[in-house]
Design a protein around this ligand. Structure first.
Ligand code: MN
Length: 209
């Protein structure tokens, strides 16, 4: 379950930066080692560090990321905590949504669900591309399971489908820091390369639950 996979520290301990599921150069040349190094080692790590600072000596210490997200979502005085907790969760989920063995055809169970929800794989990939390209500013493009049906959705900044009770299957980070060093302003090239070469359909199938 998503809960177990994304619990990133023992109960009660500070949150940790989970190890990457591959080497920093594993996604090169689609995502360079330089981009991955900065994105994981600086951006993701900073969200972890900020979260730990913000929840020290509060009632949120010792809770999982998802528990913190659900307790702080939509609360103006807790927006900093929500943003950092959700960004820790979203980034761990993003690393697992990519693989150097990614792209290609989804495994059979996921493929059947994609075909019943979108018609065919190409339509699903087109929707993901559109969501990634039309997210204005920073955010995320997601493949999700909403009830029985697969859908594509997008969220701004740190927001997550989890806050709406929708189950994420995979995600693409479309913040500029995810692609700017490699593609400058050409988000469309980053998104196309990720979908064709890196997207980890196996991870998405595992998350069907
Ligand atoms: Mn990011």
């Amino acid at each position: 379950m998503i809960n177990d996979k994304t619990r990133n520290s023992p109960v009660g301990a500070p949150h940790i930066l989970p190890p990457l599921p591959y080497a920093e150069n594993a996604l090169d040349p689609v995502i360079s080692a330089r981009t991955l190094g900065v994105h994981y080692g600086k951006h993701h790590k900073t969200y972890v560090d900020n979260l730990n600072k913000l929840i020290t000596d509060t009632e949120l210490t010792g809770l999982t990321l998802q528990e913190i997200m659900s307790m702080t979502a939509g609360q103006i005085d807790k927006v900093g905590i929500f943003n950092n907790a959700a960004q820790v969760w979203n980034h761990t989920f993003y690393w697992n949504s990519l693989s150097h063995k990614g792209g290609g055809e989804p495994p059979v169970v996921l493929k059947q669900k994609i075909e019943s929800s979108f018609g065919n794989l190409d339509s699903c990939k087109k929707e993901l591309t559109t969501a990634a390209m039309t997210q204005f500013g920073s955010g995320w493009a997601w493949l999700v399971m909403n009830g029985d049906k697969l859908e594509v959705t997008k969220t701004a900044n740190a927001e997550s489908p989890l806050s709406k009770g929708i189950k994420p299957l995979l995600v693409i980070d479309v913040w500029e820091h995810a692609y700017y060093l490699d593609y400058e302003n050409r988000r469309v090239e980053y998104v196309a390369a990720v979908i064709e070469k890196l997207i980890n359909w196996g991870f998405a199938e595992d998350n069907l639950g």
